[in-house]
Design a protein around this ligand. Structure first.
Ligand SMILES: *Cc1c(COP(=O)(O)O)cnc(C)c1O
Length: 395
């Protein structure tokens, strides 16, 4: 392929002309079931009429002006996120990495304002993912992402995910915060014991740390609650969201409770595009739908159905598939066969699914997905697993 695009990606040779609901269409008429949602982004599916109307309406009025002036749609979106969460204020940006970056700046600044400028270190978890900027690859410490980019940003300590004792042992005088994903998405749909988040909260309180959840993948309805932390009994101090927030329009946000919010005075942080009127129209429209009565219950029901059906497949193909995990429609299945091969074979069956760490295949459809569409994806996966087994039997 002769492409002038910088070689950071190795894309599959397929492009889409348009989308409708859970389907994408190529210009030569192929219809493809989208169980990747642009990596957990297009929560309302493609061409959702309410989202399109909101974006079109805003585009006709004004595309962009800066945060030097009030942006009413941004104020409205912030108010709604606050009214539906632990937070008391929200900073808008354009991506997940930027949302995490804002939170990382915030936790340092919070302790600085409290008279503890030497408290700046953040504890993170192995297998985590927080984005691809220098700060966020420094935070996640994944070898494959750091390779060749040294030196990393100073100030991160890493502990195993789900182990509260090792986390406590890593706390020192310079520790400012704990940053974790409630469910590790890119790492392979890993979740900790149910009381892990509560013990993180207790530990943060005991040592005067801020508790910072990266909900870039889990947030905005993906797990069947508006935020994944709602599955626990606790509230964090800071949360980063992005992926599903704009339903396909690039939007990120860093949310903070009252105590943490006070650190960010005028001039401490900013973004040219963050909270732009069109982005905010998109985000408000997504929230309209997700907050409708019964929507999150639908996500939970479809998630349960998808996991049940995948678990049947895992029984039928024990040499190919291992364990089904997830919450809501953040679902993955760990594999004995190579996940990338299965993803590729699914593409040939006209179904998009997404690989994740730990040899996992992610099934992360739009949240509007229906049972018959889940059946279609699972039946394709059944065929792919059967075809993957067959050659092995002949050798
Ligand atoms: C995708 C992701 C990010 C990074 O988001 P970008 O928009 O790609 O910068 C950060 N954290 C988590 C948990 C993610 O899943």
């Amino acid at each position: 392929m002769n492409s002038a695009v910088m070689t950071t990606y190795a894309p599959s040779d397929i492009a889409f002309e348009r989308g409708d609901g859970v389907y994408l269409f190529t210009d030569d008429g192929r219809r493809i079931l989208d169980f990747g949602s642009g990596i957990a982004v297009t929560s309302l599916g493609h061409a959702h009429p309410h989202l399109l109307a909101a974006v079109h309406g805003q585009i006709d009025k004004v595309l962009h002006y800066s945060n030097l002036y009030r942006i009413p749609e941004q104020e409205r979106m912030a108010r709604r996120l606050v009214d539906n969460s632990f937070a008391s204020s929200v900073f808008f940006c354009n991506s997940g990495a930027e949302a995490v970056e804002c939170g990382l700046k915030l936790v340092r600044r919070y302790h600085d304002e409290m008279g503890n400028p030497d408290k700046y270190r953040v504890i993170t978890c192995a297998g985590g993912f927080h984005g691809r900027t220098l700060a966020t690859i420094s935070a996640a410490m994944q070898e494959k992402h750091m390779q060749g980019f040294a030196p990393m940003l100073e100030g991160f300590d890493q502990v195993p995910f789900g182990n509260i004792n090792e986390l406590r042992a890593a706390i020192g005088d310079e520790t400012a915060a704990i940053l974790v994903e409630p469910i590790q998405g890119e790492g392979g749909i890993h979740y900790a014991e149910p009381d892990y988040l509560k013990r993180l909260r207790d530990t943060a309180d005991e040592f005067g740390l801020l508790l910072f959840f990266d909900e870039v993948q889990t947030g905005i309805g993906r797990t069947g609650k508006l935020f994944a932390y709602e599955w626990s009994e606790i509230e964090p101090d800071v949360v980063a969201v992005a992926k599903g927030l704009g339903g396909g329009f690039p939007v990120g946000a860093c949310m903070a409770n009252e105590r943490a919010s006070t650190a960010m005075a005028p001039g401490t942080h900013g973004s040219t595009f963050g909270g732009n009127p069109v982005a905010m129209a998109a985000a408000n429209a997504v929230l309209d739908v997700i907050l409708e009565d019964g929507f999150l219950a639908h996500v939970q029901e479809m998630g349960g159905y998808l996991r049940d059906r995948l678990a049947e497949l895992a029984k039928r193909h024990p040499d190919i598939l291992n364990e089904v995990r997830g919450q809501g429609l953040l679902t993955g299945i760990s594999c004995h066969a190579t996940n990338l091969d299965l993803v590729k074979a699914m593409e040939a069956e006209n179904v998009l699914v997404i690989p994740a760490g730990d040899n996992v295949v992610r099934f992360i459809p739009p949240l509007i997905v229906a049972k018959n569409e889940i059946d279609e994806a699972v039946e394709a996966f059944d065929r792919v697993c059967a075809a993957t087994e067959a050659p092995a039997e002949t050798t």
